[in-house]
Design a protein around this ligand. Structure first.
Ligand code: NDP
Ligand code: GDR
Length: 398
């Protein structure tokens, strides 16, 4: 049985990758940080009680800023494969704690590589480094002749996060070249899922669209509506991580869908899932998203909400009923308007707090190398991703 060690196992990707590797028969070890409250919600379903016999899923306390514990865990676990997914992964937050991000996202990668070297496990252990499309920074002049970013496009990071990750990228490549290690970068473009952290834009949107449809929130506040991203599904992307470590030769790969979409269009797709049509309108300097119309059938199907049929019947039967609340509704008025925001309501507003000091305007990746060399093929398209996320958030909030 192969042994894998995953840093960042409590995160979005770590949880999907752990599932995938367990399915493939691996023994999976993960590093989690000690926190004052539970931070293992994404992997709780994988927990196996060691008191009930042999287990193939193990968690270790640790931190990428602590070499001593990294060396000790690698020595104990003797992994065949290490997936370095641990990171402070929020681009906007990286402007607030740049030194910490450099330490975790940059030097953290070095600590793992160096631990493997110190322990003389270079020939045994393969290393995957979670590199990112943020390395490109969205500089238009750096796209290839087809208009995409690929493995040969120059880098120009635009945030402390991107700058820290560029160190992770190069140190991984350097250890491969200097010491012959099987160490690879997956340059992954944005990937999302129902398990995505709540402060990334897609999840923020799907949670808000679900909450607004269920009458639990009034308005969604966003930053740059015109940023474009190449969004895929995390489930597809962890398969690529595994494939990257199964090749004969260690190489770096771009993982992307090859499509790019504006934040504002993602907003419209998410709200469309609950039957809401959003129209954009400028009011002075502000741009807002207004509820223009509702597809009632879609709304009721997606939310599982029902018209209050009892109230309707009783009201029809007994015009003079003195019973309270639901019965006071007039039968003709008992429509969608009683249950949802009204047509014309502002559901989306722009809040400059979410703007970044330097923005990455447009990302689009060319996955040709991964498709031809790894035979990687994603199962989800953007519509499938949005639906999966919306279903997840509706059932979470319902
Ligand atoms: P998440 O933010 O969901 O997960 C990050 C993980 O890293 C969490 O388990 C977190 O622990 C852990 N972590 C944070 N700081 C430390 C630390 N000091 N020591 C050890 N572990 C730490 O990210 P994703 O799952 O979305 O991304 C996985 C990796 O891929 C990250 O490196 C990210 O930068 C990179 N990436 C992500 C892309 C995406 O679109 N999702 C695209 C390209 C790259 P805790 O749960 O305790 O916070
Ligand atoms: P990104 O993801 O920065 O691409 O990094 P995020 O979802 O945070 O932002 C995408 C784009 O949306 C714009 N935006 C907003 N973003 C957030 N978070 N909140 C908002 O309210 C909002 N409004 C508009 C942003 O300005 C940006 O242009 C993600 C992370 O997973 C990284 O770890 C990873 O490396 C890259 O993707 C690839």
């Amino acid at each position: 049985m192969k042994i894998a060690l995953i840093t960042g196992i409590t995160g979005q990707d770590g949880s999907y990758l752990a599932e995938l590797l367990l399915e493939k028969g691996y023994i999976v070890h993960g590093i989690k940080r000690r926190a004052s409250s539970f931070n293992t919600q994404r992997i709780d379903h994988l927990y196996q009680d060691p008191h009930e016999g042999h287990v193939n899923f193990h968690l270790h306390y640790g931190d990428l800023t602590d070499s001593t514990n990294i060396i000790r865990i690698i020595q104990e676990v003797q992994p065949d494969e290490i997936y370095n997914l641990g990171a402070m992964s929020h681009v906007k937050v990286s402007f607030d704690s740049p030194e910490y991000v450099a330490n975790v996202d940059g030097i953290g990668a070095l600590r793992l590589l160096e631990a493997v070297r110190i322990l003389k496990m270079e020939k045994k252990t393969r290393i995957y480094q979670a590199s990112t499309s943020e390395l490109y920074g969205g500089m238009p002049e750096n796209k290839n002749e087809k208009g995409f970013y690929d493995e040969n496009s120059p880098f120009y990071p635009r945030s402390p996060y991107g700058v820290a990750k560029i160190y992770g990228f190069w140190i991984t490549k350097n250890y491969r070249e200097a010491y012959g290690m099987y160490a690879c970068n997956g340059i992954l473009f944005n990937h999302e899922s129902p398990r995505r952290g709540e402060t990334f834009v897609t999840r923020k949107i799907t949670m808000a669209a679900a909450a607004i449809a269920l009458g639990k929130q009034d308005c969604l506040y966003l930053g740059n509506l015109d940023a474009r991203r190449d969004w895929g599904h995390a489930k597809d992307y962890v398969k690529a991580m595994w494939l990257i470590l199964q090749q004969e030769k260690p190489e770096d790969y771009v993982i992307a869908t090859g499509q790019t979409t504006k934040v504002r269009d993602f907003v419209q797709m998410a709200f469309a899932h609950v039957g809401f049509h959003i129209r954009w309108e400028r009011t002075g300097v502000e741009e807002v998203g207004i509820l223009e119309s509702v597809d009632e059938q879609k709304y009721f199907e997606a939310t599982g909400r029902k018209l209050n049929v009892n109230a309707l019947n009783i009201k029809t039967l007994n015009e003079t009923s003195i019973n309270a609340e639901p019965l006071t509704l007039n039968a003709e008025r008992l429509t969608l308007n009683d249950l949802t925001p009204n047509i014309g309501d502002i559901l989306v507003r722009v809040d400059p707090r979410y703007f970044r000091p330097t923005e990455v305007d447009l990302l689009i990746g060319d996955p040709t190398k991964a498709k031809t060399q790894l035979n990687w093929e994603p199962e989800y398209d953007l519509q499938g991703l949005v639906e999966d996320m919306m279903r997840g958030d509706l059932s979470l909030l319902n």
